[in-house]
Design a protein around this ligand. Structure first.
Ligand code: FAS
Ligand code: PHB
Length: 394
């Protein structure tokens, strides 16, 4: 098999890149290891930055998002039993975010691709990227019980943190920056209407909690838990009691309760791989970087990577110049490090470390009080949360 751009991974990065290249008339193929059902059901992100919303609309994948998504103009911060709202449009000159689950974005992109192309192969596991430094790289993959090859002009690793593409960059070239946090998130899906109109981020007694949502009838919560926590140790009653404890504010009400339909534990980590390109191999999304989800950046960073990359490929096809392709890694890494910094700040400000003492607790609360009291500090959070402008690349 042969194509111009071989894409490994059918998550948000791979699927959106395929859509953007296809609509620019650049042929590509997506190899996805899992089944369609698995990819579409995998519970992940929930918040889309304005730039992500614009990109999905522009490539014809925004109709259901606009019909079913929830536009949010702010978030609520809770700490010291107080509540503070961050008003996004007031602080950013009109930007907001969209609550529309990653599962739904993936479903919309898959439906489009199966209807209009390019080729999307499920249960097609990439085994290796060969000759990435040549002008004819090859992806060796297994599909339908057979080992096959995909000959490309370019290979894009959109295969997530546990994929194989990153390792195709020689260790002597690859630089890795990592931070593991001493806590995890217990993610909870519950069949109950949200008890709030906008997301609530809380630094409460006992640790962090987040009240998000998936629709007017389905709520999404996260609780900070110790690393290695077994979800089975958290029966519904314990979940609801701990959520009420962490969201407690003076004069507040208990949460509406309902059946928990899914729960899973995700460790918190930051990871950046530099460079995001080696020869004809490019990395995009979680294959290159991971951020703790406190800043709702993971999915949105994947989208900004592939927007930059698609623009670079389109420029190359139109002008023959590889200038934007050559600038891809540096342009993306500037944004990746800003998102990493923001996610680190949000995470350390809102979570309690096991070794935190009373002094640490007071300093974290002072950061939150300053953020709530200072217009510029609030605006800085709103700017980052709704998404920094995408760097113009020609
Ligand atoms: P993905 O991991 O989504 O997709 C990679 C794809 O490549 C997968 O479908 C995988 O099956 C496939 N693949 C892997 N190896 C392959 C191979 N050898 N051959 C072929 N295919 C292969 N972000 C947020 O903003 N908010 C959140 O709340 C949030 N929660 C998360 C919870 C979890 C458990 C995880 C893991 C991530 C979470 N994230 C969150 C981040 C997440 O949304 C990612 O940023 C987003 O999925 C990135 O998309 P991709 O880069 O496409 O990677
Ligand atoms: C989610 O709805 O899954 C979500 C929202 C905001 C975050 C993380 C996750 O910061």
């Amino acid at each position: 098999m042969r194509t111009t751009v071989g894409i490994i991974g059918g998550g948000p990065a791979g699927l959106l890149l395929a859509r953007l290249l296809h609509t620019a008339g650049i042929d590509c193929v997506v190899l996805e290891n899992r089944t369609r059902d698995y990819v579409e059901q995998r519970q992940r992100a929930g918040i889309l930055e304005q730039g992500t919303v614009d990109a999905l609309r522009a490539c014809g994948a925004g109709a259901r998002m606009d019909a079913e998504g929830l536009v949010h103009d702010g978030i609520e911060l809770r700490f010291d039993r107080q509540s503070h709202r961050v008003d996004f449009p007031a602080a950013t000159g009109g930007r907001s975010v969209m609550v529309y689950a990653q599962t739904e974005v993936v479903k919309d992109l898959i439906a489009l691709q199966l209807a209009e192309g390019p080729p999307l192969f499920f249960q097609a596991r990439a085994l290796a990227v060969e000759k990435p430094e040549s002008d004819r790289p090859v992806v060796r993959f297994s599909h339908g019980g057979r080992e096959q090859t995909l000959e490309c002009d370019y290979v894009i690793g959109c295969d997530g943190f546990h994929g194989i593409a990153r390792a195709a960059i020689p260790a002597a070239v690859r630089r890795t920056y990592e931070r593991s946090y001493p806590y995890s998130w217990l993610g909870i899906l519950a069949d109950v209407p949200p008890s709030c109109d906008e997301l609530i981020y809380a630094r409460g007694a006992g640790g962090f909690a987040l009240h998000s949502m998936r629709s007017p009838t389905v709520s999404r919560f996260y609780l900070q838990v110790p690393n290695g926590t077994d979800p089975a140790d958290w029966p519904d009653e314990r979940i609801w009691d701990e959520l009420d404890r962490r969201f407690a504010v003076d004069g507040g009400r208990r949460l509406a309760r309902g059946p928990v339909t899914a729960k899973s534990v995700t460790p918190m980590r930051s990871h950046v791989t530099e460079p995001m390109r080696y020869g004809r191999l490019f990395l995009a999304g979680d294959a290159a970087h991971i951020v703790p989800p406190t800043g709702a950046k993971g999915l949105n960073l994947a989208v900004s990577d592939v927007r930059v990359l698609a623009r670079a490929f389109e420029h190359h096809r139109r002008t023959g110049s590889a200038e934007l392709l050559d600038g891809y890694s540096d342009v993306c890494l500037r944004r990746v490090w800003q998102a990493t910094r923001f996610s680190y700040d949000m995470t350390t400000m809102l979570h309690s470390r096991p070794d935190d003492d009373a002094f640490d607790e007071r300093v974290h609360l002072a950061r939150l009080h300053r953020l709530a009291a200072s217009g510029p500090a609030t605006a800085e959070l709103a700017e980052n949360y709704t998404g920094l402008p995408l760097e113009e690349i020609g």
